[in-house]
Design a protein around this ligand. Sequence first.
Ligand SMILES: [Ca+2]
Length: 400
Amino acid sequence: MGRDGGAAASAEARLSALRCAAAALVTSALAATACARPALPEAAAARDVPTKSGATLRIETFVAGLEVPWSMAFTSAERLLVTERPGRVRVVLRGILDPKPIYVVPDVEAKGESGLMGLALAPDYATSRMVYLAYAYDAPRGTAVRIVRLHDDGDAFSQRKVLIEGIPAAQYHAGCRLRFGPDGKLYATTGDATDREIAQDLKSFGGKTLRLNPDGSVPDDNPFPGSPVFSYGHRNSQGLDWDPRSGLQVQTEHGPSGFDGPGGGDEVNIVEAGKNYGWPVVHHRASHEGMVSPLLEYTPAVAPSGASFCRGDLLPHFKGDFFFATLIGERLIRVRFDPANPRQVLETEELVHGVYGRLRDVVSGPDGALYVATSNRDGRGRPRPGDDRILRIVETPGVR
Ligand SMILES: [Ca+2]
């Protein structure tokens, strides 16, 4: 508690400094007396980024002062929920971060190295107010992941129900991204928990995509009767979304780290019911009968994380493109699928390389912008003043 409280307090101090600096830009005369006017951190200034399409992206800091934001979900055009890996769920209302978490996971694993991860809203959230969280906890035989459902009361979460637990986890390779599909089912990506053989074991929940009904029960039409397993042979997928045009599910997945296979081999896959994505039998570009080879493969590693198709009207030239965040790669990667053949990649582009550090999640906001979370306070990054932050990305109007 002390560690988290201290971190939150220092984050608030940084946020306050950032606000002061931002205000100084707008009203410099007034701010000269009101603030000490610290230099505006470079990463906090709005930045125009040219793209090879000819359109320009404008990127600005939407909110600062977070600690390892892992997953984001808008409950309305004005309200954003964000998980922080140490175990907090935060609220951003009209661009202002509430200093008090709406929910603190009481049983998140003590070290917080996997911690609180996935967040999803029920498809009927507007009436049910149900939210879903995935987090690591200390199970009798080591770290495991559980998925819980909670009611969003507006100022707290209540009615906690455990939907599934005992999902293998470890300090790393613990998944666990949550998303509802267009079929109204909850999908969860799980890691191999550094025990690579479990990815091919259909009895294990590790190294899989799981598919559940909103109440946690197993859907009747899952590919393996009575099992939540939807796809297998995954090492550690941490991003998924569905192409709004074709309905195909696309995932990002981490390749080997050296100890469990040659480094690199990060993947983008089209994921379908009952299919085997190869790990650990095949990786990188290798193929094997009965196993799916990746659509895109990255060596050296970029460590791909959260991903979303761009649905936003504020990025008209990129609507329908697949964007994913990368950690080690410190860049946002854009993938354009061929509208005539949605299994074919037309082009890819790497954006903001090194500018904002490690990037953890991407969502398409209800206002039509893209939102991207940094992950520079996760122990592997170099935090900039104001980190971690959520960036807001729109296309610059009229600039071509
Ligand atoms: Ca694979």
